[in-house]
Design a protein around this ligand. Structure first.
Ligand code: IPD
Ligand code: CA
Ligand code: CA
Length: 275
């Protein structure tokens, strides 16, 4: 039985409690399939390496049912089935299994991500890695936490002191090449290294927790970053699109950093940004 995190540091919030319970419910399903060995298939109409499994589908169904049982009128946007207008006053954004490719190859690094937005502004973000039992959560104005410990972004002031995280969207054409070119330019700045762990929601938590100085990806969907962007901001970091503009709630490039490194990282990410 997966247990929820210690949220004693945070004043009670019904949405935070529901987000945590939703992530817990989804994670139990994901873990069950992970240990059982879920059947993996390609997403209909997508590239053969864009994978999905019953873990993704059943986790999202259970999370959505739970949120609806608590907030019947709220909108829910999910990667697999839940459709919603992102302008809804009360909006939940769910990635029922972030890191499906890792999951499919039995790499124990994946997460469930649940966020609550009010009038387009993130209020609560929860990301849970059920294998490591790592809870990351933030509530707007109350900080960001990792298993009960308050998180703070990296104090690095130069790229040459930093580890950089990266992700590749499913595009294997120009976008992949742009990512490789940007990686090349980061290396020229004598960074300590590049990591591609394969779970965007956790990559953002790694920025919040000071592991990465910055993280970028040329395309992500709202469910990949909805929770993580609040977690980064509440840990003192900065999140924008790859050109430094405000991150929209649509598919977008993304750059997250400790804030101090943002303009240096943005210069590189922007240089290779596709139109
Ligand atoms: C993917 C992961 C991956 C990122 C991809 C995402 P999924 O999400 O977050 O790290 O590089 O862009 O699409 O498909 O596993 O939910
Ligand atoms: Ca995802
Ligand atoms: Ca997913």
């Amino acid at each position: 039985m997966v247990k929820g995190p210690d949220v004693l540091n945070c004043p009670d919030s019904p949405e935070l409690r529901v987000a945590i319970e939703a992530a817990r419910i989804g994670s139990e399903i994901v873990l069950h399939y992970f240990h059982l060995g879920a059947e993996i298939r390609s997403k209909p109409g997508e590239q053969t390496y864009n994978l999905v499994s019953d873990a993704d589908i059943q986790s999202e169904k259970a999370i959505a049912a739970f949120i609806r049982s608590q907030f019947a009128t709220h909108a829910i946007l999910g990667e697999e089935e839940q459709v919603a207008d992102t302008r809804a006053e009360h909006l939940w954004i769910v990635d029922p299994l972030d890191g499906t490719n890792n999951f499919a190859h039995r790499i124990p690094h994946f997460a469930v991500s649940v966020a609550y937005y009010h009038c387009g502004e993130p209020q609560v973000g929860v990301v849970f890695n059920p294998v490591r039992e790592d809870w990351y959560w933030a509530r707007r104005g109350y900080g960001a936490y990792h298993n009960g410990r308050r998180m703070q972004v990296s104090p690095a002031t130069r790229l040459s002191e930093s580890m950089i995280g990266v992700g590749f969207y499913y595009d294997r054409g120009a976008m992949m090449q742009a990512t490789l070119n940007a990686i090349h330019d980061f290396f020229k700045c004598e960074i300590h290294g590049i990591r591609r762990f394969g779970t965007a929601a956790l990559d953002l938590c790694h920025v919040a927790d000071g592991l990465y100085g910055a993280y970028f990806e040329y395309q992500l969907a709202p469910w990949d970053f909805a929770a993580g962007q609040l977690i980064v901001r509440e840990a003192g970091g900065c999140v924008s699109d790859g050109r430094g503009q405000e991150l929209p709630l649509t598919k977008s490039s993304l750059l997250a950093s400790n804030g101090t490194l943002h303009s240096a990282a943005q210069e590189i990410v922007k240089r290779h940004h596709l139109d």
